[in-house]
Design a binder for this molecule. Sequence first.
Ligand code: UDP
Length: 317
Amino acid sequence: MSARIVITGAAGFIGSHLAETLLDRGHHVIGIDNLLTGDVANIAHLSNRDFHFIEHDVTNYIYLDGPVDVVLHWASPASPIDYLEWPIPTLKVGALGTHKALGLAKAKRARFVLASTSEVYGDPLEHPQTEQYWGNVNPVGPRGVYDEAKRFAEAMTMAYHRYHKLDAKIVRIFNTYGPRMRVRDGRAVPNFIAQALRNEDLTVYGDGNQTRSFCYVSDLVDGVLRLMDSGENEPVNIGNPQEMTITQIAEQIITLTGATSQIVYLELPVDDPKVRQPDITRARNLLEWEPKVPLAAGLERTIDYFRQKLANVDASR
Ligand code: UDP
């Protein structure tokens, strides 16, 4: 059945992929974004489809006419360099923006899905991370603005679920990569790919032995939409459990691009988590979901996207 679905943060990396997949499935999508870190280029190709875009900051009241079946609350800066540059907007969208998005879902009796994050686990003392783990977060460190905003957003979402009986879901998204990440995104995969394609040194922070587990965006979207369609109301991790060191992924990107780049080691950012790997037992059991795209295939597609994007960026210099 065709639904009317609101996506906050629809012009962002994951938001735009969600919008496109939902349109492919025959739904009507209303995308909202204030374009702080999102980009209309990510949704330009959706303009002739059943897609309506509203430029709006969701920390302010969201007024929409007509019925809404689902609200997907994706709006937030999500790269460490973004929340260092925009600490207060990051706190506001996680807190006030989540409140407004929940209020919209409540008013429309819509289902609600919160984009939460593995950052709620902080620099984890349990490994891999299950949804039962409460985390190890520094509230006053530079990353605290994102981590605590998302932890507050989870608390608010559960309160609306318990008190207002809202059908709310929480997805804890682990590191995700793919086309439509920005050239200047600041996160490891887009940084390394852009650097490799320009034959510049790859900037690994710290000793490069910290680990992450990278999920290709189409797998992530599939998991999110399965959760949206499920009867589950407790948090679910969605991510790829294949863990590696940051040096390993940098080396793989050098190999796949054929770059002559070297790796340089720079200072580790404050509170950078030392390990991260999702335990996806709940997603496997509840959603019959697991990631399918192998790392090399996902990286190839992302490298192709960046090749084209950089050709445009570098040509316009
Ligand atoms: N990182 C790096 N070089 C970069 C960007 C990131 O070594 O140019 C490291 C970062 O310090 C972290 C890991 O890669 O240990 C993943 O960082 P990212 O910003 O992608 O996301 P995070 O998982 O920290 O939210």
